[in-house]
Write a protein that binds this ligand. Structure first.
Ligand code: OGA
Ligand code: MN
Length: 227
C-alpha cells in the first residue's frame, strides 16, 4: 500500500476513524461539484426525511435537514461520467482497505448518496449509520454498511462562520490521535470536528462512530459512500 492508504488503514484500525485532504484529483472533485449543483438545480434531490407532509415529517426535518439523491439508483444513462469515475475510485479504495485491514472483507454493493444541506441551520442529529449485528447473528459479513466514506465538495469553506462540521464521537478517550484535535463535552464524551472542506475524505466504521452534522449556515455538498 502507498503511504496515504497505509495511514488511512492504520487510523481506521486504531480509532475506527480516518481522514485526509485532497483525496481525488481536484479536477474530478470539481466535476463532481458541478454535477451535484446541476442535479440540485434541476430538483433531483429530495428531502431526506420520510413521511412527507405529516407531523413525523416535521420532526424528521429538524432531525435531518439535507436533501439527497441515491446516485447508485439512477439508470446508467442518467449517471454522469464523473460519478462513474468516482465509483471506480471508491472500488479502488475498498480494495485497499480490504488489503490493509485484515478480516474486513468488504464486498457487496457500493452505494453512493449525494447530500445537500441548504444552510439556514440545517443539520443531522447524532446517529449511527449502521447497527452492530446482534450477538446471535455475529455474521459481520451479512452487514450492509460497514464503512462510511464521505467526500466533501465545498470550495472556499469558511470554517469560522459556516458551521456544518461533522462531529464524530469516540468511545475511549484517545489523547494521542495523529494530528486530530480531540475535544470533550460536559458528559465527558470525546469527539473531533471535521469541516467539510473541498476534496477532503472522511472514513469511519458505520456501526462504531456515532456522529452528527452541526447546524450549517450555507450550502454544503457531500458525497457519501457506504461499503
Ligand atoms: C449521513 C451523514 C455526514 C456528513 O449522511 O449519514 O452522517 O458530514 N453525513 O455529511
Ligand atoms: Mn451518518
Amino acid at each position: 500500500l502507498d503511504f496515504l492508504h497505509k495511514k488511512l488503514c492504520d487510523s481506521l484500525s486504531r480509532y475506527s476513524f480516518a481522514r485526509t485532504s485532497e483525496y481525488v484529483r481536484d479536477s474530478l472533485a470539481n466535476e463532481l461539484l458541478d454535477e451535484a449543483k446541476r442535479l440540485q438545480r434541476d430538483g433531483k434531490l429530495k428531502d431526506a426525511g420520510m413521511n412527507k407532509g405529516n407531523y413525523l415529517y416535521r420532526i424528521q426535518k429538524k432531525h435531518r435537514g439535507d436533501k439527497m439523491l441515491w446516485v447508485t439508483s439512477l439508470s446508467d444513462s442518467e449517471v454522469a461520467n464523473c460519478f462513474k469515475l468516482y465509483l471506480k475510485e471508491m472500488r479502488k479504495l475498498r480494495e485497499k482497505l480490504n488489503f490493509g485491514i485484515p478480516g474486513l472483507c468488504l464486498d457487496g454493493k457500493i452505494s453512493i448518496q449525494l447530500a445537500f444541506y441548504p444552510g439556514g441551520g440545517a443539520r443531522y442529529l447524532r446517529h449511527f449509520d449502521a447497527f452492530k449485528p446482534q450477538k446471535e447473528k455475529t455474521d459481520l459479513n451479512s452487514q450492509t454498511r460497514k464503512i462510511t466514506a464521505i467526500l466533501y465538495l465545498n470550495p472556499g469553506w469558511n470554517e469560522d462562520e459556516n458551521g456544518g462540521e461533522l462531529r464524530s464521537y469516540f468511545c475511549q478517550p484517545t489523547k494521542k490521535f495523529y494530528d486530530y484535535v480531540v475535544r470533550s463535552n460536559d458528559k465527558n464524551e470525546h469527539y473531533i470536528d471535521t469541516s467539510p472542506l473541498f476534496n477532503n475524505l472522511v472514513l469511519f466504521f458505520s456501526d462504531t462512530i456515532e456522529h452528527e452534522v452541526l447546524p450549517c449556515n450555507t450550502n454544503r455538498y457531500a458525497l457519501t459512500c457506504w461499503f
